[in-house]
Design a protein around this ligand. Structure first.
Ligand SMILES: C[S@@+](CC[C@H](N)C(=O)[O-])C[C@H]1O[C@@H](n2cnc3c(N)ncnc32)[C@H](O)[C@@H]1O
Length: 204
């Protein structure tokens, strides 16, 4: 798809996208999902297809991946989904009001930082405080990772937070038996029979 065909609504990082996000975030009656590290949009688009009355905001730092996610949303005619090209913590702290998000998704967050001056790892206390702030009461925060050390690091930080730890609850959509989120990385790790860890957190 040619970039000129992409509707203003979906333009990653554009002012138009940010103003759509701002309008959606004011609407307390609609269920809003936020995914950080949404990559090429596979997870969010598949959930958006079967939850047309919910709204979905994906945040991805990589411009090329974000552009592919935008193309996917346009191809599937998902008027309930936008993707923003931004660093996750930066976007959340500057753009998301208190108590506006029903579901926060972070799947296979990058366990290392290539350019710490540009962005930080997401699985730290600073990001978790923001996650708590933006979730609605009883909102759900799901994290999935294959990385044991990163899992332990996140667990230590989350134990100091006000989140409640619960058993896994499926996000819904097209998730095969035995999978948590069916993202491209989960499919890869399941094929390799690699252990996958999760947090299913509830905002108190
Ligand atoms: C390992 S991939 C996982 C992608 C997808 N969630 C999945 O499960 O297949 C992590 C993604 O998060 C993005 N990412 C990493 N750190 C980020 C940050 N701080 N803010 C926004 N995106 C980030 C990366 O560019 C990459 O697309």
């Amino acid at each position: 798809m040619d970039s000129s065909n992409i509707s203003q609504l979906y333009c990653a990082g554009s002012k138009a996208t940010l103003s759509v996000a701002a309008t959606w975030l004011q609407d307390e009656l609609t269920t809003i999902h936020l995914e950080i590290g949404s990559s090429r949009g596979d997870f969010l688009c598949s959930l958006a297809e079967v939850n047309r009355n919910h709204r979905f905001i994906g945040v991805e730092i990589d411009q090329a991946k974000c552009f592919l996610a935008v193309e996917k949303a346009v191809r599937l005619k998902l008027g309930n989904t936008i993707f923003v090209q931004n660093e996750g913590y930066d976007f959340v702290s500057k753009n998301i009001p208190n108590g506006s998000i029903a579901f926060l998704h972070v799947y296979f967050p990058t366990p290392f930082v290539v350019a710490p001056f540009f962005f930080e790892k997401l699985g730290n206390e600073k990001f978790f405080l923001e996650a708590y702030r933006v979730l609605r009461p009883s909102g759900i925060f799901r994290i999935v990772t294959d990385h044991e050390d990163y899992f332990s690091e996140m667990q230590a930080a989350l134990e100091r937070s006000k989140f409640w730890f619960t058993e896994w609850t499926s996000p819904g959509g097209n998730i095969p038996e035995g999978y948590y989120v069916n993202t491209p990385l989960e499919r890869k790790f399941r094929r390799e029979a690699k252990k996958v860890y999760y947090f299913n957190l509830v905002r108190s």
